[in-house]
Design a protein around this ligand. Structure first.
Ligand code: MRU
Length: 374
């Protein structure tokens, strides 16, 4: 997507030194646009854990390139043991995001098929690029399917603007390109449909205020930033036609883990008859879990993310201030789980399905084998 009218992806191999991977440091957006080089597994692990990169698809793509770096770092005579250890180091960085484990396991499975070390390294690079390309392609397809939902609402409203609420950032910054929740919005914009987005600011990390608002602004989409508590009021007053969020892990039975606060939006949507859709590539499904509330591990992060706020001061510098008294105890749960019964539908690269085991497996019948015996 566009940054100052230049097309960008969120991750790419360095143009002349493929052993280096380049990313955008999302901690600094929207005030600074800085590209960072990742050259070691430790660099990658830090970038994922400290959220230089974040969001389901991008975490997966970063893990794909991290495993290529792990293949370069693994010793020729201890390759298999080394690469498994690096994989474990990466998987431990963010527990809720299932794309992380998915990408690491995909790399390990591919490398296990190859005999020679140099070939393994080449395969790891090719697969990292494939994972990134697939992520972008699947998001594009999600956009095409989700567009039909927006088109129907627009037609039902006689062409009057469609108001879409989103939480966190499930935009192109959370993937390699296009985004999941935002892809249908960009497709609607391209189709000439009048759309307006309510952007939840998404405390405490403020992905909505810092990232979604910025990326919609860059693409020229009409949006309004709102405090997290505003959505229910807007829904009660008919000011939201549709909610679309992303997800960090969705059970094949349709329970959705997403950024903390998503569940409350789903409850408000349910109470007000507002359709609540979740957009995801198939890499975000967990084919082993049936009960998201009981089984999905919820990441807890540093209390400082709740207590401290950073922003641009009138002196043009970034300042960080403490909102409560220093040392205030704070809990920082990163995600919550929205039960399938509150989800109107899942928008995937293969189409839209009800959030149910039957619906999901009818779109992805080849995954049935993974769910047997669970
Ligand atoms: O903690 P984050 O910023 O990685 O969490 C991101 C979200 O919760 C997004 O909504 C999400 O990843 C779903 S779509 C990528």
């Amino acid at each position: 997507m566009l940054v100052n009218n230049q097309p960008y992806r969120t991750i790419w191999p360095h143009p002349s030194q493929p052993a280096i991977t380049q990313i955008i440091d999302q901690r600094l957006l929207p005030h600074e646009f800085v590209v960072v080089d990742l050259q070691s597994v430790d660099d990658f692990a830090r970038a994922i854990k400290d959220m230089y990169v974040r969001g389901a698809g991008l975490i997966g793509a970063t893990a794909g390139f991290a495993m290529y770096t792990a293949a370069l770092q693994s010793r020729d005579d201890h390759f298999d043991g080394d690469i498994v250890c690096y994989g474990k180091q990466l998987v431990a960085t963010r527990p809720t995001a299932t794309n992380l484990r998915w990408a690491v396991e995909r790399q390990l499975a591919a490398l296990a098929e190859i005999a020679h070390i140099d070939d393994k390294r080449q395969v790891a690079f090719t697969l990292a690029c494939t994972i990134a390309d697939e992520d972008a392609q699947f998001c594009k397809q999600i956009g095409e399917h989700g567009l039909e939902i927006i088109r129907q609402i627009s037609e039902a409203k006689g062409g009057v603007g469609v108001n879409i609420l989103t939480h966190c950032n499930a935009g192109w910054l959370a993937f390699v390109d296009y985004g999941s929740a935002t892809a249908p919005i960009y497709a609607a914009q391209a189709a000439g449909i009048d759309v307006h987005v309510w952007v939840d600011e998404t405390r405490p990390w403020l992905q909505g205020a810092r990232l979604t608002a910025w990326e919609l602004d860059q693409q020229g989409v009409d949006y309004t930033l709102i405090a997290d508590n505003t959505g229910g009021h807007l829904m009660q007053h008919g000011m939201v036609d549709l909610v679309i969020t992303g997800t960090d892990r969705t059970t094949y039975t349709g329970d959705v883990a997403n950024k903390i606060g998503t569940y409350l939006k789903a409850l408000a949507a349910h109470d007000n008859g507002v359709p609540f859709y979740v957009a995801l590539p198939s890499s975000t499904f967990d084919w082993q879990m049936i009960d998201g509330v009981a089984q999905i591990p919820i990441e807890q992060r540093d209390a400082d993310e709740v207590n401290l706020v950073s922003g641009l001061g009138s002196d043009g510098q970034i300042h960080t201030v403490s909102v409560p008294l220093a040392g205030t105890p704070a809990a920082n749960y990163g995600f919550d789980v929205t039960p399938a019964r509150l989800v109107t539908g899942l928008i995937t690269e293969r189409g839209i399905t009800p959030a149910s085991k039957e619906g999901v497996l009818s779109l992805f019948p080849e995954k049935k084998v993974l769910t047997e015996g669970i």
